[in-house]
Ligand binder design. Sequence first.
Ligand code: TXA
Ligand code: MG
Length: 337
Amino acid sequence: MKTKLCNATQETIEEAARLLLEGELVAFPTETVYGLGANGMSEDAVAKIFSAKGRPQDNPLILHIADAEDLGALVQSVPDCADALIKTFWPGPLTLVFDASDVIPANVTAGGTTVAIRMPSHPVALDVIRNVGQPIAAPSANRSGRPSPTDAQTVLTDMDGRIPMILDGGSTQIGLESTVLDITRPVPVILRPGFITHDDIQKVIGLVQTSTHLSTGDHIPRSPGQKYRHYAPRAKVRIYRGESAVDTMREHQKILRDAKKTAVLLLFDQDIRKEDRDVLSLGCKENLAEMAHLLYKRLRDADARMADEILVPAVPAQGWGFAIMNRLEKAALEETL
Ligand code: TXA
Ligand code: MG
């Protein structure tokens, strides 16, 4: 199959919608990362997502809608807390998990009783969904296990020949996937941290829990996607903590260089020295949104340089830093659990 990479225009968005209605896959930008879309009401179309990505069948998908009125038909009920969350954070990078209504194809929910739904804020995503007139099932548009794509060219790298069309809407603003919040429980639980933080949510609905496996790593995750090695480049990722992290990174880089291997340093701008080699910027230390925006791109840039290892400093696991560390720790896992 030939993959067309098109600038997102009225015309190409309409063409994308036609393809989606015919049961084909189209990649499109959202404010978080690029999504690999299929008609979310068609089991056959959704099945193509799993084969194009090489995604495990037990990992459910997020349905994307463009209007809050479209929610009612997809869920059993809308819990009290949902209204305030939707008013505050939709459209935007918050995915909510509801009890699923029975119209939803089984492969969207991976056979489970719940369904994840979000309303993206990216105008191209909203236009695509409205033109299709159906919810769009869309995981991140990477091959399973790889870092999510934050620009159209990266989607092409992973999906060339596997899907008919990629809509190019430039590089995505946020760069990490949406926060996933399970609101089917008495106390809502964050299953995947993201740009909308625990504190942001708590301010709106009161008490919120963070799924214990996110911090301890030793519980069976409720969000199936959280159990695999994920977001991972080909190179081995090493995370460095503490005050002397950057010095230790440089020492390790030198040891590898002496052994004729390449380690790429990911460093904040203020830590980069003129004499550093094989170094890529994480932006400014005081603005973790910049690191979130750049992280997946940097992991892939390091792969493009044929790095054996990627050395990266830990950041405080609070606010956006919590989402960043969640992705980094998964990227650094040796293998699937
Ligand atoms: O920002 C995003 O959320 C992007 C863009 C494209 O919208 N999408 C995305 O989808 O990251 P994906 O499939 O790569 O990640 C979805 C996550 C997975 O960890 C999955 O296990 C979890 O959401 N998930 C989906 N449905 C669920 C459900 N019913 N219950 C619990 N977790 C669910
Ligand atoms: Mg993903």
